[in-house]
Design a protein around this ligand. Structure first.
Ligand SMILES: Cc1cc2nc3c(=O)[nH]c(=O)nc-3n(C[C@H](O)[C@H](O)[C@H](O)COP(=O)(O)O)c2cc1C
Length: 360
């Protein structure tokens, strides 16, 4: 029996400023990554897989469909530890070509009454060369990794393509998929790149630079029509998938006393907004490209709702902060039960079930 439960740990972490708590957790995750007994202990406790949940995607085996969303491991420093927390895959980044500090602190807030977070981090990261070094050390580590890329703050939007080109080149043979992030609200002008011309140009460059699958991550703060046009252009231009959604700048959703008037909100209050946009996109694009749903996923039921709405994979961040690694086990075990209850023998039969078609 262990005395270190996430509940105990959370009591300590939640007494700290959110970013200090994150930094402390990062130190822990970095220090245990080479400690096999600790990793084995955690993995036995939190990692769950089942033949019904296993999928081969992008030529890589995903032992469960619940991933760690971008922004938690911005530098790829604790990829070795994340499977032990129960995740089936990890998206590292957002990484920019050059290292950058991000926005002034404080820039991360807990909206506790709503199990949500608000962040204005601004792609604080150690840069592409540093991340590349981390990835090279992982040679032969059998675990799916996505690399989420973004432009430096100092790069003007009219030459943003240059940054992305450089990143495709640097990571051309790394990880299992690459994600174009033009949807974070914390780099001025970044979301303006969510236009069809930029999408065409960036995917053309991606094709020249890498054979890896390249996905687009979109913001939740646009009309269904705009989102669909954008995603359609991405798929036509060769996108291997769509990730929906990033954080929202719709501050009217929150009434928490710690709410700010800047940054992006994630977690429970993003749930419906994210689901609604995801489903609208999936209605048209399910079966044509791979769809990953993220935003407010905090239970097996919610993950299952996204899967039936067309998600092959799901990701989470905020609910992990509130509930810890137990949640991963609960979600994955719960998914197997929900699949069985509906008479499915494998997750692939449930993906997109809302639209009455079966995934291949
Ligand atoms: C502190 C924080 C930092 C984040 N940083 C990034 C990032 O660098 N790149 C990115 O694409 N998304 C980033 N995100 C967004 C998440 O990947 C995710 O899309 C969003 O939080 C919604 O999921 P959730 O409700 O499960 O948290 C960040 C989120 C948080 C809370």
């Amino acid at each position: 029996m262990s005395i270190i439960t996430y509940k105990n740990l959370k009591n300590i972490l939640f007494k700290l400023q959110p970013e200090s708590a994150h930094n402390l957790a990062s130190i822990g995750l970095r220090s245990i990554k080479h400690c096999q007994p600790a990793l084995r202990y955690l993995k036995d406790r939190y990692f769950y897989t089942h033949p019904m949940l296993e999928q081969t995607i992008f030529d890589r085996k995903f032992l469960n469909p619940v991933g760690l969303a971008a922004g938690f491991d911005k530098n790829g420093q604790y990829i070795l530890s994340t499977p032990a927390l129960g995740f089936g895959f990890t998206e590292i980044g957002t990484v920019t070509p050059l290292p950058q500090d991000g926005n002034p602190k404080p820039r991360l807030f807990r909206l506790k009454s709503e199990e949500s977070l608000q962040n204005a981090m601004g792609f604080n990261n150690l840069g592409a060369d540093y991340m590349l070094e981390q990835l090279k050390k992982l040679y032969f580590f059998d675990y799916p990794i996505g690399i989420n890329i973004g432009k430096n703050k100092i790069t003007p939007e009219n030459i943003a393509l240059r940054d992305y080109k450089q990143l495709f080149e640097i990571f051309s043979d790394q990880g299992d998929y690459i994600v174009i992030n033009i949807s974070s609200p914390n780099t001025p002008g970044l979301r303006d790149l969510q236009n069809e011309q930029f999408i065409k140009d960036i995917f053309a460059i991606a094709k020249e630079q890498t054979d890896k699958p390249v996905l687009l991550k979109i913001a939740p703060d646009m009309s269904v029509e705009n989102a669909l046009n954008l995603c359609r252009s991405a798929v036509d231009a060769g996108a291997a998938g769509i990730i929906a959604t990033n954080t929202t700048i719709d501050y009217t959703l929150s009434s928490d006393p710690d709410k700010q008037s800047f940054g992006g909100i994630s977690g429970k209050i993003l749930q419906e907004k994210s689901y609604t946009l995801f489903k609208a996109i999936a209605k048209e694009l399910y079966g044509k490209t791979l769809l990953i749903s993220v935003g407010g996923i905090d239970s097996a039921q919610e993950a299952y709702r996204r899967i039936k709405a067309g998600a092959t994979l799901v990701q989470l961040y905020s609910s992990f902060i509130y509930h810890g690694p137990n949640l991963l086990k609960e979600i994955n075990e719960g998914l197997v039960e929900l699949l069985k209850a509906d008479g499915y023998t494998h997750i692939s039969e449930a993906i997109g079930a809302d639209f009455g078609v079966k995934s291949e």
